[in-house]
Design a protein around this ligand. Structure first.
Ligand code: COA
Length: 261
């Protein structure tokens, strides 16, 4: 149970709202669990036609809670992000969703905040949104099958610069590159996304779902998530990652120069 995800349902639309604005909607294990539970429920509920993912406050989400990563770095266990953990369950829900997913993105969308968008069917961003996947800066590797989905969406060179240089792209650029359908003024964002949901909810649900399933290779994406997840879990335990997480907590730049790779 968490208050940090608000689920509501109306007119065939399930809205999943990230609601931890004081931490820019950083995602905890409990939040992943709430998202996975809601998405699982939506898949088997014929009254739900569309899912909308959005965030309260000034940001969509700054990605995984880095304090949780720091704990995983120090813990004795494997630090898995596989199906035994809520994050793994959530990622598989994204991979295997058959009902359309719509996202509305303002402010920061970091890490999984951006990689989850690559599993959404319609994405609307504020023009000044900031999308980034700085996994390498954190001594980590891509997740959520983004090692496939990001380069295939925007090309290898742009994707590598986002992953390895930590380059941030604006909402406008995200739309130009095909990560998002449209970049709109921030005050129009939620209205635009809701209108798209309402329109989708009027379409024949069977045709929408079959079209979506035809367009995606869900099991290939799920298999890549497993492959990435194993490597990610190993990287979480490294001295490089410990330095990255400590640097974030201390609000300083990391120094990897004395750590052997
Ligand atoms: N996990 C946990 N807490 C986070 C967080 C994260 N991923 N990102 C931000 N926060 C917290 C901050 O610690 C701060 O909490 P505090 O007010 O209690 O100190 C609060 O959210 C606001 O963040 P802040 O860093 O002050 O905002 P900013 O506008 O100066 O910077 C970012 C925004 C996104 C540039 C910066 O927060 C950041 O780099 N976050 C880390 C993002 C990240 O690496 N995510 C993991 C991806 S795999």
């Amino acid at each position: 149970m968490t208050d940090h995800v608000t689920i509501s349902q109306a007119g065939g639309i399930m809205t999943l709202s990230l609601n931890r604005p004081d931490k820019k909607n950083a995602l905890s294990d409990a939040m992943y669990g709430a998202l996975a539970d809601a998405m699982t429920r939506a898949e088997s509920d014929p009254s739900i036609k569309v899912m909308l993912i959005r965030g309260e406050g000034d940001s969509f989400t700054v990605g995984n809670d880095l304090a949780d990563f720091a704990k995983a770095n120090q813990s004795e266990g494997g630090g898995s992000i596989g199906d035994d953990r809520n994050v793994g369950r959530f990622l598989k829900c994204l991979a295997r969703a058959t009902k359309p997913l719509v996202a509305a993105v303002q402010g920061h969308a970091v890490g999984v905040g951006t990689t989850m968008l690559l599993h959404c069917d319609l994405v609307y961003v504020a023009q000044d949104a900031k999308l980034s996947v700085p996994f390498v800066n954190l001594a980590l590797v891509p997740e959520a099958a983004s090692s496939i989905t990001l380069p295939s969406r925007i090309g290898h060179a742009r994707a590598f610069a986002m992953f390895a240089l930590g380059e941030t792209v604006s909402g406008k650029t995200a739309a130009d590159w095909g990560i998002a359908n449209a970049a709109v003024p921030a005050e129009e964002l939620h209205g635009k996304a809701m209108l798209a949901c309402e329109t989708l909810a009027t379409r024949p649900a069977g045709a929408v779902t079959t079209t979506k399933v035809l367009m995606r290779e869900a099991e290939r994406l799920a298999a890549r998530m497993d492959e990435e997840g194993g490597l990610f879990a190993k990287r979480l335990k490294t001295a490089e990652a410990a330095e990255a997480f400590q640097a974030f907590a201390e609000r300083r730049a990391p120094d990897f120069s004395r750590i052997e790779g």
